[in-house]
Design a binder for this molecule. Structure first.
Ligand code: PAF
Length: 281
C-alpha cells in the first residue's frame, strides 16, 4: 500500500470515486495504535470510502522537543491500515504540500473552548489543530470525520470549528480505548518505560474514583483529593485536574442540575505528558 503524497494526486483519487458523498475521514498524526484502529474500523463500517491522513502537524506543537520526538512509524501504520481494509486510501503529505512556505496557523474564535486545560498549558495548540483539520476537511470534503474522545477538548473544538467555518460534515466521536491496566491508548505511551507505563494506570483509576466521589463530594473536595494522590507519587506529576461543563468546558465550582460534567486530567509520567478524561454523569 503506497500513500498518496500530493494534493493533486489526492484530488484525482477523490474524483474517481463513484459516490464521494459517502466518504469517511480519519485524521491522524501516525504512530497508530488500537485507539486509531477503532476509529478506522468505525469509519469502514459507516462509509463506502475511507481516507486516513497521516501528518505530524507542526503548528499544533508549542514544544519543539515534543515535535522532534514524535514517533514516525509509517510502514507499520500502513500495514495496520491495510490489515483493516486494503481499500482504505492513505494521504501522507509533506509539510511543504500542506503549508507551502508559510508554516503558520490561522487564528480562530472558539468561544472560550480553547482557553482552559490544554489551551492554558499549550500555547496556540488549538489554532494549529483547527488549521490542519479545516485544511483536511476542505481538501477531502467527507460526509463524516472521526475523532477520539481521549482528546475530548479537541473534539469539542473541532465541532465548533465546523460550525463557525460552516463545513458540512458529521463529526463522529469515538470512545477511548485503554490498555489492560486502564491507561488510555496514546502514541506517547511508547515513550514510557515499562515501570512508569504500569504506574500510569493510576491516572484512570483516579478518574474512576473521582467519578464515584462526584455523587457525594463537592468539586473542590474532589480536586483536593486528586492533588493529594499525585503529591505522593514520585514519577507522576499532576499538571491539572478539572471538572467542567461538557458543552462549554467551563470549570465547575459546584454541581448543578441538568448539566453534564466531565473530569479532565493531564499528568507528566517520567517526563511524558499524558491526558485522559471521564464522563461524570
Ligand atoms: O488528534 C490528533 O492526532 C491530531 O490533533 C489531529 C486531529 C490529527 C490534527 O493534527
Amino acid at each position: 500500500m503506497l500513500p498518496i503524497i500530493s494534493k493533486k494526486e489526492l484530488l484525482k483519487h477523490l474524483q474517481k470515486l463513484s459516490d464521494n458523498s459517502n466518504l469517511g475521514l480519519v485524521p491522524t498524526m501516525g504512530a497508530l495504535h488500537e485507539g486509531h484502529a477503532s476509529l478506522i474500523k468505525k469509519a469502514v463500517l459507516d462509509s463506502e470510502y475511507v481516507i486516513v491522513t497521516i501528518f505530524v502537524n507542526p503548528t499544533q506543537f508549542d514544544n519543539p522537543e515534543d515535535l522532534e520526538k514524535y514517533p514516525n512509524t509509517l510502514n507499520k501504520d500502513l500495514e495496520l491500515i491495510h490489515s483493516i481494509s486494503p481499500d482504505i486510501m492513505v494521504f501522507a503529505p509533506t509539510i511543504q504540500e500542506i503549508y507551502d512556505d508559510t508554516v503558520v496557523s490561522n487564528t480562530y474564535d472558539f468561544h472560550g473552548l480553547d482557553k482552559v486545560m490544554e489551551g492554558e498549558f499549550r500555547d496556540n495548540h488549538f489554532n494549529g489543530v483547527g488549521t490542519i483539520v479545516e485544511t483536511l476537511l476542505k481538501l477531502t470534503n467527507p460526509k463524516r470525520a472521526y475523532f477520539g474522545e481521549k482528546d475530548f477538548q479537541q473534539l469539542r473544538i473541532i465541532q465548533k470549528l465546523t460550525k463557525i467555518q460552516e463545513i458540512p460534515v458529521e463529526i463522529v466521536p469515538c470512545p477511548i480505548v485503554r490498555e489492560d491496566h486502564g491507561l488510555a491508548m496514546s502514541s506517547r505511551n511508547e515513550r514510557l518505560d515499562s515501570n512508569i507505563r504500569h504506574k500510569a494506570g493510576l491516572i484512570y483509576s483516579t478518574l474512576k474514583t473521582a467519578k464515584q466521589k462526584f455523587g457525594t463530594k463537592s468539586v473542590p473536595n474532589i480536586k483536593e483529593w486528586v492533588q493529594d494522590i499525585f503529591l505522593s507519587e514520585n514519577d507522576l506529576e499532576l499538571e491539572y485536574f478539572d471538572i467542567t461543563d461538557v458543552e462549554t468546558l467551563t470549570p465547575a465550582k459546584r454541581k448543578q442540575k441538568n448539566i453534564k460534567y466531565r473530569a479532565f486530567i493531564a499528568v507528566y509520567a517520567g517526563g511524558v505528558r499524558l491526558i485522559d478524561n471521564i464522563a461524570l454523569n
